[in-house]
Design a protein around this ligand. Structure first.
Ligand code: SF4
Length: 520
């Protein structure tokens, strides 16, 4: 119960139920700040629930109930934080919460079952959850809306059990049980007829893998044959670092834009595109600046504060929402302030780690847990190591052509697919380069057992880590399905390594085993 970082035994806050015993006392200023942010989130929730459409949706869609746990999700990712770290976390998470609330409201406004605003629906384009939304950067009057984000991806952040029902539905229907739970759950929502129905058209992308293609296939059939929503399949090349695929990739972007124009009657707006491209550049420069700081002894934007925000800002926002540019600048200012003061986010830093592989760290507080329990600093993670390319941002005839290639590049380099596909260089070789650049002595390697793209490399990761003297900690999990590997099952893999290989004791022993199986 104190102002200082590391003053609390964080495990003491847990109960065997869904909620914690009490809120954290962080000193007067930080507690008041945290409490005011909590109130703001309650206000967003309250405002959202004031709309009769949203109430109706709450009763129609099974996954909606999870949104009641939003404040708990934010609390989970701010545990133990003080000062600038707390402010960075709230700047990001509170903005993401607000953005998701707007996404939900727009979906329900257009949804044929809820608001049934036909004219608005004609201005909506459905996009995949896992899709880079670059092709929407030139349509200021259209809304690119993702049903999978709200029905699958966000609910598991709030409640790790959120999509188990949909996984069972997909398997009952006959889909293979070893498919990645992410596309399987998305397909399950569609099979269960539990997705909003709306939109002038949909853009699906061969986002990441065979599982993803399978899920999209099921969803596209329902959209096209039953709901009458035409789908475009944006097939971005998987060998994304090769020059010979770029022209094909660019043509796919041209085709997708033409498809949206045809089905919505809107025209591509270059002025708006370059405005968005400039904001994407701000986001990229900000991220690169944070990563530079993380290479020093005083990393500032790392762990949860880097991961979830990057994913949202890079893929879903992609320069379209000005508030994210403001947030980028604010986070950078806070980080620089903390860096000048040589601040640290925990009382002891023992190891510097790169977190690699497809992660399940959002469904728990894993990155903060690594830091607070074992003093492992998660400097960066695989999904945050995305495009560093600067986009053309001035409207000239040459740049209009370059822009098509820029959008193709972004689409090819979506989060996850830019590493899970594209060959040894992007998945293996660059990992060791990052270890060197960031001066990391450890790699926390998520092994998502249903992700065939990564599992095939197991032996090579081991061999290469051994050659370089890097500690490689495998953390097996099954993404959205905690029945296969539980939260404690994940933590125990790290606990065992730290105790047996390093012979270390935890910094905060109350965190080693947590009764959080049911916890939001
Ligand atoms: S985690 Fe792996 S299997 Fe799942 S969607 Fe991503 S690439 Fe595909």
């Amino acid at each position: 119960m104190a102002k200082q970082i590391g003053a609390d035994r964080l495990g003491d806050f847990y109960t065997t139920g869904r909620v914690r015993k009490r809120r954290e006392w962080r000193g007067l200023a930080d507690t008041m700040y945290d409490y005011s942010c909590w109130l703001k989130i309650m206000l967003i929730l309250g405002k959202f629930l004031m709309c009769p459409r949203n109430i109706k949706a709450m009763f129609r869609y099974r996954w909606m109930a999870n949104y009641l746990a939003v404040p708990m999700m934010v609390d989970r990712h701010t545990q133990g934080l003080r000062g600038e770290y707390l402010r960075i976390a709230h700047t990001e998470f509170d903005l993401v919460v607000d953005d998701v609330a707007k996404l939900l409201s727009n979906l329900f406004r257009a949804d044929r079952r809820i608001g049934n605003d036909v004219e608005f629906s004609k201005k909506c384009v459905l996009v995949d959850e896992n899709e880079m939304t670059a092709v929407m950067m030139g349509f200021p009057t259209l809304k690119g809306l993702s049903r999978e984000t709200v029905s699958t991806y966000v609910p598991v952040l709030q409640n790790q059990h959120a999509v188990l029902h949909y996984l069972d539905v997909a398997q009952d229907y006959g889909l293979a049980g070893d498919v990645c739970p992410m596309p399987a759950a998305e397909a399950g929502v569609s099979i269960d007829d539990d997705a909003p129905i709306l939109g002038a058209c949909a853009i699906q992308c061969n986002t990441t893998c065979d599982g993803s293609l399978l899920g999209n296939g099921v969803i596209a059939k329902r959209l096209e044959l039953e709901d009458g929503v035409p789908c475009f399949q944006l097939a971005a090349p998987l060998r994304h670092r090769e020059d010979d695929v770029q022209e094909y990739a660019a043509q796919e972007i041209r085709n997708a834009i033409a498809f949206i124009e045809e089905h919505t009657g809107e025209k591509w707006d270059w002025k708006y595109y370059f405005e968005c491209a400039r904001r994407v550049n701000v986001a990229t420069e900000s991220r690169l600046g944070w990563l530079e700081m993380n290479k020093t002894d005083y990393p500032q934007v790392f762990g949860s504060n880097l991961a979830l925000y990057t994913e949202t800002n890079y893929m879903a926002i992609c320069g379209k929402i000005p508030e994210f540019e403001k947030a980028d600048r604010k986070i950078t200012a806070l980080a620089e302030k903390a860096y000048k003061k040589k601040m640290r986010a925990a009382k002891e830093y023992r190891h510097r780690a790169i977190v690699w592989g497809v992660q399940s760290h959002y469904y728990m507080d894993f990155l903060l847990w690594l830091l607070n329990c074992w003093g492992i600093v998660p400097l960066t993670d695989m999904l945050s190591m995305v495009s560093t390319r600067r986009l053309a941002e001035e409207d000239t005839p040459e740049n209009r052509e370059t822009a098509i290639y820029d959008m193709a590049w972004l689409t090819e380099n979506m989060i996850m697919r830019n590493r899970t596909h594209g060959g040894y260089k992007v998945l293996l070789d660059e990992l060791w380069e990052f270890c060197e650049e960031f001066n990391a002595d450890m790699v926390i390697l998520w092994e998502h057992m249903a992700c065939k793209a990564l599992s095939g490399f197991h032996g090579q990761f081991e061999e290469m880590a051994r050659e370089r003297g890097i500690h490689l900690v495998w953390v097996t999990h099954d993404l959205f399905d905690p029945r296969v590997v539980s939260r404690q099952g994940v933590r125990d893999q790290v606990n065992n390594y730290m105790r047996t290989v390093f012979g270390e004791e935890p910094i905060d022993p109350t965190l080693e085993v947590l009764p959080d199986q049911e916890s939001w």
